[in-house]
Design a protein around this ligand. Structure first.
Ligand SMILES: [Zn+2]
Length: 411
């Protein structure tokens, strides 16, 4: 039995005027998703435990069958695991975004989707200027980097920069325990970046400069029970982003580096599908994560978000579904999104999202039904992680299973 989870990040949304009052999921041409929804079981599920922020970290933990309320320490520690940066018990990892602040507002949480090469050059300069014993800046991908701070403030309230695009920075600075130390590092980065050759070049090319770092998502090292221990399952997670690679490594799953996987519309879809199918040829579980719909939601671009959802359907869901059908062996296919990223808000919300589970092979499907936010009249039908744990446990039933994370019962 193969278990395949395909995730379009941030696909959920609200009705959008420029889409004729439809949500991007409703406006998109998604024939394969529609067919799978017709043949499978569709539910509207909650992915974010009560009181937790609706981040991709928390929500994707749910889609992997982990209850964030029990296991989560912070986003940055997950990414540190993904980047294989070792953490001591006293270490606190911070996500270190490269951002563009203009006229006191958060103009761009990604510094204009700065390239990895440019981002790494800036972070190396940051390390030379501000790094010291117990304070290390680690270069990552594009605008996403990490700071490991021995004895750093884990409890401070730090707002993710993608949650206040176009809003005043002064109202969103870190607050609480040792806020001044975090704010000081962010302030000091401005001088390091001000006349940096990378920024001079970007400005000359009409691109946004990285004006400073933004620190958030902090926490101590995180641990999860592995898929092997919980379900007797081996497999992998295919994603462009360190967050998902980190969750994979914490879950004891493979996390291959796919060339050209960017986390955006220009990602190497074929390479990701190939990587997923290569894993499926050897193992029974694979989780494919496509970041682009979320990024388009953060940009507030309904057209691009619709395009990203269509490409998820045609370039990821369709070929994987075809492969599973042609293989002819029993499989369970889950299609889902982790949370909503409404283009009107340019940020995440915790409202329920659609998920479909198909047990195959099913042969030809002639009908299509909606896979959107209005499933079950818009009412949530339980926690995603409970449903997914049940599926993983059922298919690993030959093994001794011991699911630990209780996400609350299904209604
Ligand atoms: Zn997400």
């Amino acid at each position: 039995m193969k278990i395949v989870v395909l995730v379009g990040d941030g696909m959920g949304d609200y009705p959008v005027e420029s889409l004729g009052g439809k949500t991007p999921l409703q406006a998109a041409r998604i024939p394969t998703l529609g067919k799978i929804a017709a043949a499978g079981e569709v539910r509207l599920v909650n992915t974010v435990p009560d009181g937790m922020p609706p981040g991709s970290d928390v929500a994707n933990m749910a889609l992997l069958g982990y209850d964030a309320a029990l296991n989560y320490t912070g986003r940055a520690p997950i990414e540190a695991a993904g980047a294989e940066i070792p953490m001591k018990p006293s270490d606190v990892a911070f996500r270190c975004n490269l951002v563009t602040v203009a006229d006191g507002t958060m103009d761009d949480y990604s510094a204009g989707h700065i390239t990895t090469e440019e981002g790494r050059a800036l972070v190396r300069s940051l390390q030379e200027a501000l790094g010291k014993e117990g304070l290390t800046f680690h270069p990552g991908v594009q605008y996403r980097h990490l700071l490991i701070w021995d004895g750093g403030p884990a409890e401070c309230d730090c707002v993710p920069p993608h949650e206040f695009t176009d809003k005043p920075v002064a109202e969103h600075l870190p607050k609480g325990n040792r806020q001044a130390e975090i704010r000081e590092l962010m302030e000091l980065s401005k001088a390091v970046f001000a006349d940096h050759p990378v920024n001079q070049k970007r400005i000359a090319e009409g691109k946004k400069p990285a004006t400073q770092i933004w620190l958030w998502g902090q926490g101590n090292a995180m641990q999860l029970e592995t898929y092997k221990a919980l379900y007797g399952l081996g497999g992998g997670v295919v994603s462009a982003v360190d967050l998902l690679k980190g969750l994979a490594k914490l879950a004891g799953l493979e996390a291959p580096d796919v060339e050209g996987a960017t986390g955006f519309l220009d990602t190497n879809y074929q390479g990701k599908v190939d990587a997923a199918l290569e894993i499926l040829g050897r193992e029974d579980f694979v989780f494919v994560h496509i970041e682009a719909p979320d990024e388009c939601g953060h940009m507030g671009d309904a057209q691009k978000k619709t395009q990203a959802i269509e490409e998820f359907d045609s370039r990821v869901v369709a070929p994987v579904f075809q492969w599973l059908e042609e293989a002819g062996e029993p499989y369970t296919l889950l299609l889902c999104t982790d949370h909503r990223t409404p283009v009107a808000l340019k940020g995440h919300t915790a409202e329920p999202v659609p998920m479909v589970v198909l047990t195959g092979p099913v042969g030809k499907i002639d009908t299509q039904v909606a896979f959107d936010e209005d499933v079950n009249a818009g009412n949530a039908q339980g926690m995603a992680c409970t449903w997914i744990q049940q599926i993983l446990s059922r298919h690993a039933a030959k093994q001794e299973t011991k699911p630990t994370a209780n996400c609350g019962g299904l209604t």
